[in-house]
Design a protein around this ligand. Structure first.
Ligand SMILES: N[C@@H](CCC(=O)N[C@@H](CS)C(=O)NCC(=O)O)C(=O)O
Length: 231
């Protein structure tokens, strides 16, 4: 029987989304297993499958994988999206690190008190990193950010850009090479199918923020009604 990977996380993109894009580029069939209540979180924590007591959890190839960056790299190696050449591999790692810093603003956007604040944070972060990503593509010269082929660095960059574009649709106007790479990645068959599939969650909104706080029994952002309602 064909194995389907299981990805356990909240009912949304969050820290599981990079793994979903890497599963998609590998054309690995997967199922989202949403954690929707505190008791579901407690159950998965007591299952022995979470070495660090954190989600996401990816069940694949008979293993329980923790830490999204490890999942991404496992899937990159598995699908040959991680170069063998150490000099190229380290470029992928450097770009992946920069993308993680860049992506954090997008991850936090839905938690901001107003759309204006979210947008201005994103623009500030893009102003810092966008021209650097563009320069990297100029220097590498192949249309990809490392070597001559698609790597996980490109997939991570495209995933983070996708979130920026949800908020600011014209943000790639001044960075044509980044824009072209983005189009190239989202048009690869696996990712293009994933983005149209039932496994793709919508952009994070108040409902998602409330869901996560309820499951974690945490405070909501201070601007929301009754921020202590789940604590
Ligand atoms: N670096 C980790 C972060 C994981 C993380 O922070 N998970 C949170 C949810 S987004 C969690 O499991 N919180 C529950 C807990 O720590 O008890 C990754 O990227 O996988």
């Amino acid at each position: 029987m064909k194995e389907i990977a299981n990805l356990h996380y909240f009912l949304g993109r969050g820290r599981a989304e990079t793994t979903r894009w890497m599963l998609a580029v590998n054309q690995i069939e997967f199922k989202n297993i949403p954690i929707e209540t505190p008791s579901m979180l407690a159950a998965i924590k007591s299952s022995g499958k979470l070495p660090f007591d954190q989600i996401p959890l990816l069940e694949i190839d008979g293993r329980n994988l923790s830490q999204s960056s490890a999942m991404v790299r496992y899937l990159a190696r598995r699908g040959k999206f991680y170069p063998d050449d150490p000099k190229e591999a380290v470029w992928c790692d450097m770009i992946a690190g920069a993308v993680a810093d860049f992506a954090e603003a997008a991850m936090q956007a839905a938690f901001q008190s107003t759309k204006e604040k979210a947008t201005s944070d994103l623009i500030e972060r893009f102003t810092k990193f966008g021209p650097r990503f563009e320069q990297r593509l100029i220097d590498n010269g192949s249309g990809f950010s490392v070597g001559n082929n698609l790597t996980f660095a490109d997939v991570l960059l495209a995933e983070s850009l996708n979130s920026y574009l949800d908020w600011i649709p014209d943000i790639l106007q001044e960075t044509p090479r980044v824009s072209a790479l983005y189009q190239r990645v989202i048009n690869t068959p696996g990712i293009s199918n994933y983005l149209k599939s039932d496994q793709r969650y919508p952009v994070a909104d108040d409902r998602y923020i409330i869901d996560v706080a309820r499951v974690l029994k945490r405070y909501l952002p201070a601007h929301m009604d009754r921020p202590d309602r789940f604590v």
